[in-house]
Design a protein around this ligand. Sequence first.
Ligand code: ADP
Length: 612
Amino acid sequence: MAKRQFKTESKKILDLMINSIYTHKEIFLRELISNASDAIDKLCYKSLTEEGISLDRSDFAITLELNKDARTLTIRDNGIGMSKEDLENNLGVIARSGSGAFEAAMDKSKDESLDIIGQFGVGFYSAFMVADKVTVLTKLYGSEEAFRWVSTGTDGYTITEAEKDSYGTEITLHLKADPEEEGGEYSDYLESWKLKSLIKKYSDYIRWPIKLDNETVNSQIPIWQRTRQEATDEDCIRYYKDKYHDDKDPLAVIRVNAEGAVSYRALLFIPASAPYNYYTVAYTPGPELYSSGVMIMEHCKELLPECFRFVVGVVDSPDLSLNISRELLQHDRQLKIIANNLEKRVKTELKKLLDNDREKYEQFYVAFGSDIRFGILRDYGLKKDLLADLLLFYSDKNDKNITLNEYAEAMPEGQKNLYYACGDTVDAAAALPQLEPIRDCGYDILLLGDSSGDMLMRMLDRWQDKPIKSANDDDLGLDGGERHEAAEKAQEESRKLLDWIKEHLDGKIEEAKISERLTSAPVCLTAKGPVSLEMEKYFSNVPGEAQNIHAQRVLELNAQHPVFAALKAAYGEDKEKAGRYVELLYSMAELLAGFMPQDAARLTELVSGLMA
Ligand code: ADP
């Protein structure tokens, strides 16, 4: 019988497992029990949704069997089983994640607190941490054929036809010999007391009975079906950490027990940090969906809006039809009601955190603030009312994060608008010369450090009844009558120069004008028309057509600045020199606005020319 080779990726992971120095080897049991439970879930679901299958739910069980003489531990389930192809595809290949990433994580987790094995969906292979030979005897439900898969590790595996009376899977671990110097280690897994304590520790909430020595060891009642007395928040947190392989406590535990138009229970968590794959396509959002204890879907993304995709947990409702398909689910009335309620609950919970535990909320915002911000932009602002008061901004005045509400409440009398400024970073935003007149009025400014910030603020448009204005806006709505008059006068007097500047910059700008907003800086760059400078920056990073979206640039000059006087003088005496000044000023304005000057060599030449 020819040995088949593991796929390269799988081989590497197997190798890592076999030689693992991981101290949490005991989790192999949790992984194998969880696979067995999934297999029963699948069969149970099938029997409920397909015609002509009648199975008695009370027969489903996971059974553990020990043989001390043979040093074997067998985990048996009467779940769906596997075909020959399933064996080949599921146990010969690591489907989900690269071995490189796994290896790196394994290396990093020397402190053993990280549960990498669960995270990487390589559960089955963990058997090789404790066994030097693994046999899988399996028969797919409804099939006549059974198969035996055997492997002693990296040298490959065999699959042969076999005899098995009933459907389901039986996994036999031939435990490794105990290390001489330490003793005990692997033989412990042949002791009932040890196995019972591991089942209690890791698998108590598994819905199917886990039997050992003819006794059901686990309590079976899923944690979300328990009252607060039966399962405390601490119990829920432990469940979360095990289930989602997170070594940090969640920031919030949300428990819902609703009765009414739709009855359901939910147990949801807000994690403290993003899971390792959160920003990849591998992350599937949405809580698990159960109907009366039977899992319908592993991730039901219809249950929560996209902006709350960080929420994990489970929703269980006896009112949902088991037969429901993904397509139908989107239109299911009951599901919509649940989703609406959950959206409100998550929002309330976040608001509570914001109001009562600012430190935790800031931690949340570091991890998932981008979901809130993009949530406002998505679907043309559909969720902006839900999310606006969850936003945090860096306050120019207070040097800390504040909410829109806190900004509005601290507004001095007479301030009519909320002001914001965007830059590549918060510091770059704070350094914009256009903030000067706003600061001079004693007004605070919300500083945004990313290029989508401007679109976010434009989407918000107002906070309660007050307009939100960019520091770049033409009309800042400040009381600056004198400023305005002085600028208008200077504008009139410099008309010819300003036209010449525009001409000289040859299409780079839409207009050159005397600024009303500058006090100490000589120049700044703003935009007119619908596209702001920040939008241009944002779109320049989006592949495709959008890269051609450009702002109409306006070069604003400070008529009070000595540099302007120098420019004016040069314009009268030496046009060539004036031309160089204009180029320099324009480059400076670009730099201040966070744009790289297009011709850095030319800029170097101009600056050098000034010095020597
Ligand atoms: P994961 O469970 O995270 O997908 P595993 O390596 O633990 O990864 O298992 C790989 C696959 O093998 C499972 O997804 C499942 O399809 C199959 N499998 C494992 N154990 C069983 C079992 N007891 N019964 C049926 N299928 C199983």
